[in-house]
Design a binder for this molecule. Structure first.
Ligand code: HEM
Length: 485
């Protein structure tokens, strides 16, 4: 694969033209994911379509993805799809670019080093133990139906609150944050894709934010965003009043100083980062768990093996980081769920200069969508790609597989900052919950996926809840060792 600008004469990648292109583009205003997947299936691992203003390139093979995200990453910035996220997250780590991003990443990355994870893990397991012994599971009649997607959402939000913000994001706050997050992601994505929004946003003096605000759904979106910002503001207000800034992520940011200038982070920048962690840190992991529960319910053999593993590895102990090694099957169950239903199904980039991928020309300015979902279903690497088979992720079977054939956390310098946090969290939660409960999909239930920014169950995930065994966990979950941070 050549570097930027070396081969402007190469052909564009294959793709729909004329009426076919118009039909394809019309479909993307209703649903983005399926038309992209169809295009990849029809035209191959690098495909192209153009509307009147812009080139779109769909990348669905691991080699081409590697080129965009790693090999020639300097030629790509975050794509237009991040425009909506920028309204929500401002200039946080996920959305910022250049020097600001570099400075923030340098500052925050050390917080996610393995040595700090032990402390985070204590928060994860404590929150889970409380959910199992209290809201929403304790005393639940056998077979009662709960929306497991909603339960996972509340639990992972609670964990982000405790581990990263030192705050209580459960109870009333979770009841405010959950629906607000839904509106921000759901309404925001739907509105952004609508043709009138697109046309309006491109008029002189307009932008996406202004275009969104002109209709009632847009105003609901803005109210939801204001609710989220209020939660963050309150949290920052409370923390700024405390004389000791504390040693979690918020504390670190409040006391951080730029090595060169000695400047502290502005309140606005800290707010953007907190919003980023609130969103990036819980919605994705929650969806990973939701899809895991769905696949396990449909694959009783895999689930029985998981029950056996956690019964043996944990007994009635509360797990910690070291238990990860004892639970390879549980981890594999989560990883295989993330292969089939990758919580982040695509990452978008924009080409800064002409480039060449697999012999095709990528024009400057093109929107490049890396379809993680398709890479994860490449039949050359994943035989029977639709089949749920956690054995693929047992260490002995992963040998020899191209490294980037699996990339739920992205790749390159913008790779997920919370990948280890999320893998540990999802595995330990799956283990602790499976020790006590079994979730069954109602007979014949169809679970549809909705591709908003993340891939999540469209109408929630109602499942019957059964208690596996009544043994209580010990009364006292271990106190998190906050001194370790
Ligand atoms: C299963 C759970 C998760 C998945 C699938 C996931 C996936 C991703 C992906 C694909 C990206 C790269 C986006 C791009 O290249 O455009 C990303 C970035 C990011 N993720 Fe995650 N994530 C998860 C959990 C988390 C958690 C738990 C946190 C924080 C505690 C987190 C924080 C971030 C941040 C800050 C970035 C931006 C990194 C940067 O650009 O420097 N994520 N995530």
């Amino acid at each position: 694969m050549k570097r930027s600008g070396e081969h402007p004469a190469r052909p564009l990648p294959p793709g729909p033209k004329g009426l076919d292109a118009a039909r394809f583009l019309a479909r993307t205003t209703r649903d983005f994911k399926q038309p992209m997947m169809d295009m990849a299936l029809e035209y191959g691992e690098v495909a192209h379509v153009r509307n009147r203003r812009r080139d779109f390139v769909v990348v669905s093979g691991h080699e081409a993805a590697r080129h965009v995200l790693i090999g020639n990453q300097d030629n790509y910035r975050k794509g237009l799809e991040y425009e909506l996220l920028r309204i929500v997250l401002g200039e946080g780590l996920l959305t910022s670019e250049g020097e600001l991003w570099r400075k923030q990443r340098r500052l925050v990355q050390p917080m996610f080093a393995k040595r700090y994870l032990k402390n985070f893990t204590a928060h994860m397991t404590r929150a889970t133990a409380e959910a199992l012994d209290g809201e929403p599971f304790a005393g639940l009649p056998e077979g009662e139906v709960l929306d497991i997607s909603e339960v996972m959402m509340a639990l992972t939000l609670d964990i982000v609150g405790r581990a990263l913000f030192g705050a209580d994001l459960s109870g009333a706050t979770a009841r405010k944050v959950g629906p607000a997050m839904n509106d921000v992601l759901g309404l925001g994505t739907r509105m952004t894709r609508r043709l009138p929004t697109f046309v309006l946003a491109n008029l002189p003096g307009m932008n996406l934010e202004k275009a969104i605000s002109v209709n009632p759904e847009g105003r609901r979106f803005q109210r939801a965003l204001a609710d989220l910002k209020e939660v963050i503001d309150d949290l920052l207000e409370e923390r700024s009043r405390q004389s000791d800034t504390g040693d979690d992520l918020v504390g670190l940011m409040l006391s951080a100083r730029d090595e060169e200038t000695g400047e502290t982070m502005s309140r606005e920048q800290i707010g953007d980062e907190l919003m980023t962690f609130m969103l990036a840190g819980h919605e994705t992991t929650s969806n990973a768990l939701a899809w895991t529960w769905r696949h396990l319910s449909l694959n009783p053999g895999a689930r029985d093996r998981l029950f056996e593993e956690v019964d043996t590895a944990l007994g009635d102990r509360i797990p910690d980081m070291d238990d990860m090694e004892e639970m390879p099957w549980t981890r594999a169950c989560v990883e295989e769920a993330m292969r089939i239903d990758s919580p982040v199904w695509t990452v978008g980039r924009q080409a800064l200069e002409d480039d060449e991928i697999l012999g095709y020309r990528i024009p400057k300015g093109a929107s490049v969508m890396v379809l993680i979902s398709m890479i994860h279903r490449d039949p050359r690497i994943w035989p029977n790609p639709e089949g749920y088979d956690p054995t693929r992720f047992l260490p002995e079977n992963a040998k020899g597989r191209p490294r980037h054939a699996y990339m739920p956390f992205g790749a390159g310098r913008r790779v997920c900052l919370g990948s280890t946090f999320a893998t540990v969290e999802a595995t330990l939660l799956a283990a602790m919950i499976s020790r006590r409960l079994r979730f069954d999909l109602p007979r014949g239930a169809e679970v549809e996926a909705e591709a908003v920014i993340t891939l999540r169950p469209k109408n929630g995930l109602p499942m019957h809840v059964f208690h596996r065994q009544p043994d209580p966990v010990p009364d006292e979950a271990p106190e998190p060792d906050l001194a370790a941070v």
